[in-house]
Design a protein around this ligand. Sequence first.
Ligand SMILES: [Fe+2]
Ligand SMILES: [Fe+2]
Length: 171
Amino acid sequence: MEDPISLIDRIIEDHKQIMKETRALEHDLDAILELEKAAGDFEPASLDPARQSLQRLRDSLDRIDRDLDAHFKREENALLRVLEDHGGRTLASALHSLLVEHQELRDRIAKSKQDASELTLGGIPREVWEGKARGVSVYINHTRKLLEAHARSEHELLQTARKDIRARMQN
Ligand SMILES: [Fe+2]
Ligand SMILES: [Fe+2]
């Protein structure tokens, strides 16, 4: 089994990485909403940048999906085991409650990917496309806030666990 402290540190690093990735999402979304404004003036020329921005959004979502999946599995398996073995019942059960949130976050990322793909389909009237794009943006930004809140709660728990386990190892 991985050293408990290294595992905790690794999970804290994951959080930093994932937050960086979700902040990049905000830029992708801004770029798409900016294009929407410009579309009235330069319709034929705006198609290519629009496609590129949507592709970037899809790539970012794919990356987050992949990294989040690996991270969630690490928390659901190795971390839960470490807290059960070394962290005491209270910490393990607090983690367990947080892990329940993973499913909703997974579902929201899957839905965002699907929505972003739908935006790349042609043949949608512009007003409809704009409405959808705004909806997707709001949805993704809210998902980001949920993710951040989730990571913040875990972070507090991880700090406590780190201190407790370290103290126990030194005794
Ligand atoms: Fe988590
Ligand atoms: Fe996490």
